[in-house]
Write a protein that binds this ligand. Structure first.
Ligand code: ADP
Ligand code: MG
Length: 215
């Protein structure tokens, strides 16, 4: 009991596609303000492709790692831009971190999230405070680790991660960007939320909701 299985990973993917579709226009608007306006479309296209693949091939997905690997492959081939390779690397590293396991305990969930964040940092070289998706991932990993160390359930670990990611996304509002397109704007980026940090918060909220659905 208290573990996250392959069905959770599939629910996470479907819930992510749903929330990205629901927030597509908002993510486009955020990216129009400090980027080129395609972030919502990029992610929506990517997660639609992921769900199509899951629908076509669900029987072949036997571990959470299989699901995460499929997400990585589809995002890398369909999303493009900066965020495609970044999220693709995140899911690929997450998949490798939990490879071989049928079900994930709280520590494995933390390892999954930490590997995702580390993959993004390895690929994009952004540090916390650079006004990127790293500003949502990093507090999420920290909060998940603290919750797990305190004996929290998998659901509570993901709840902690999701809440911290949303707070981290909101904390990008006053920042100047040091990576990505928004870095060309200098102080004009102040007052606008980073789109990739906000989409990260939606993705992690979907993970927590998908876990709560099984509990
Ligand atoms: P593009 O910037 O190529 O149009 P998207 O609009 O899909 O790509 O994604 C933009 C998001 O990518 C930003 O909001 C930011 O969160 C993230 N991003 C951009 N560059 C980096 C980087 N070097 N490291 C981490 N995240 C980054
Ligand atoms: Mg963009």
């Amino acid at each position: 009991m208290g573990m996250l299985d392959t069905a959770w990973a599939v629910r996470w993917v479907r819930a992510t596609a749903a929330t990205v579709a629901e927030h597509r226009a908002e993510l486009v608007t955020l990216d129009r303000e400090i980027g080129d306006g395609d972030h919502g479309e990029n992610l929506d296209r990517g997660f639609r492709a992921v769900v199509e693949s899951v629908d076509a091939d669900e029987d072949s997905l036997t571990t959470p790692a299989d699901v995460l690997k499929l997400v990585a492959t589809k995002l890398i081939s369909t999303v493009g831009g900066a965020s495609g390779p970044l999220f693709g690397t995140a899911y690929l590293k997450a998949s490798q971190a939990v490879g071989g396991r049928d079900a994930l305990d709280p520590e494995a969930v933390v390892a999954l999230l930490a590997a995702a964040r580390d993959g993004i940092v390895m690929r994009g070289k952004a540090q916390p405070g650079d006004k990127t998706m790293v500003d949502a991932w990093t507090p999420a990993v920290d909060a998940a680790g603290e919750a797990s160390a305190a004996g929290a359930s998998v659901v509570a670990v993901l709840e902690a991660a999701a809440s911290a990611a949303q707070a981290g996304a909101e904390a990008t509002d006053p920042l100047v960007a040091h990576k990505g397109r928004a870095s060309y704007l200098g102080e004009r980026a102040i007052g606008h939320r980073d789109p990739g940090a906000q989409s990260t918060a939606y993705i992690l909220r979907a993970a927590a909701d998908a876990a709560a659905d099984a509990a």
